[in-house]
Design a protein around this ligand. Structure first.
Ligand code: G3P
Length: 215
């Protein structure tokens, strides 16, 4: 499973990339709004740092407007993946821009049927929102698992990108569900590195290492 960061904070992205495990980044209007910077400027900065897929979201609603916006956003940088929401107009736009070679991440996926439709339209990624489904009393990870199963059964090349992740355990569950990618908030990614037994183990090794001459 590939690891993306779900943030628009450039310092966190630099830190994640420096760890050597970040393959891409996903952004959305809410994440960029928190940063107090223009959307395009931040996306370009992120592309420079991550050198991998960077999702940037369309905010148009009609199909023709989405197509025009997707073309414009995709032209910002070779790494840009255009995020289009799951609507009828969104599907029509995905079909058209995917045929032009523009990579699309279909956002706001809440059911395997939505995932199937986006895949048939030609999306590169579908993003089921795990946390928001769980918040509403549903089983978020079931949507990931079933979407993966459907894509495998019909050899659909679309990748499942588990989004709206809230806890380190969600990442494990997404991997076990066969998700191709998980997009992880910075705090969750940095938390995944840690374990109290790792810390105490390092402490003990360092203490014992003082008992001999360093090599
Ligand atoms: O980027 C989309 C998704 O990951 C948002 O997560 O926490 O706002 O539900 P959240």
């Amino acid at each position: 499973m590939r690891i993306f960061m779900d943030t628009a904070n450039i310092e966190d992205i630099r830190r994640g990339v420096a760890m050597g495990v970040v393959d891409g980044v996903t952004t959305n209007p809410s994440l960029v709004a928190k940063e107090g910077i223009e959307y395009r400027d931040r996306v370009l900065e992120i592309c420079e740092v991550v050198q991998g897929p960077v999702s940037a979201e369309c905010i148009s609603e009609a199909a023709d407007d989405l197509v025009e916006e997707a073309r414009r956003i995709a032209a910002w940088n070779e790494h840009v993946v255009v995020k289009i929401p799951m609507t009828e107009a969104g599907l029509a736009a995905i079909k058209r821009v995917s045929a032009e070679g523009i990579k699309v991440n279909t956002t706001l996926i809440f059911s395997p049927n939505q995932a199937l439709l986006a895949a048939r339209a030609g999306a590169t990624y579908v993003s089921p929102f795990i946390g928001r489904l769980n918040d509403a009393g549903h089983d978020g990870m079931a949507v990931v698992r079933e979407s993966v199963q459907i894509f495998e059964a019909f050899h659909l090349p679309t990748q499942v990108l588990a989004a709206s992740i809230r806890l380190p355990r969600d990442v494990t569950d997404a991997a076990l569900a066969g998700s191709h990618v998980a997009t992880i908030p910075a705090n969750v990614l940095f938390e995944m590195v840690k374990h109290p037994l790792t810390d105490s183990g390092i402490e003990r090794f360092l203490a014992d290492a003082k008992k001999y001459t360093p090599v």
